[in-house]
Design a protein. Sequence first.
Length: 269
Amino acid sequence: MVKSIASLKGNTSALRFPLVLCAVFFSLSGCRQDYSLSPPADSEKITVTVKLPKELKTETLEVMYRSGACKSVTYGASGQRIELDGRNGIEVQLQRQGQTDIYQAKLPIDGGGACRWKISNVMFGVAYIDPTRFGENVTFGGGGGVLVKFDNNRPMRSSGLPIIVEGDLKIREDYYPWLSEAFLGGYRKQIRLAGKGDIYVSYQAVQARQIYFEPVLHSDFLVNSEGTKVHKVGSFISFTYPDGSVLADGRSTPDFRKLQAIRLAAEGK
């Protein structure tokens, strides 16, 4: 049932709630501030390029813009007022370049608008086109991601200390298919991309205008893992590596150096 304004006059908390939302989520200049992005036509751009292996697809590129002009307000545990730079996130699809394996997106550095938005960080990656090729009901479980910071603000996702890069950023990384089975909290079977990082590898490249990412997928070197079925001290995830060796040494992800060594030995390098 929808209550009329008159019926709410005695309910001060109901009237106060929208005002609280305004104070928390909007800038000090008031609730009518225009927070939209409006990049100028001549804005300098950052080009993100992905060279895609045939078994993978690009994931949606997520871009975070920040504004020092349009602050957001929150409150600490003791009620102290905390002002933070405003945030504005958008999603962008990388576009295939003709019939090539190259996908690109161009991102304005200056987001424009009344808030004078500036690009802060970007997150993108790759995933398997068809996870079910590894078995019925197999889903993609992550890996193959990249996060790049262009300033000193906290990024949209925490991913450890970033690798600091001067100038443009060129990333060429090895990845291995990792088929994992988990039992605790419900059964899950997922195909992941095992690399030297976790789900995302994080970089800080303040001056970068060109970001190139080439994931090199070694499809013939599959690593399998089986999670523990009981909460028990000393019960670990068991990893079966491409050479047939089995290890359960407390790791939660495959040993990337071991995978590299197995492949290089098989290739006679």
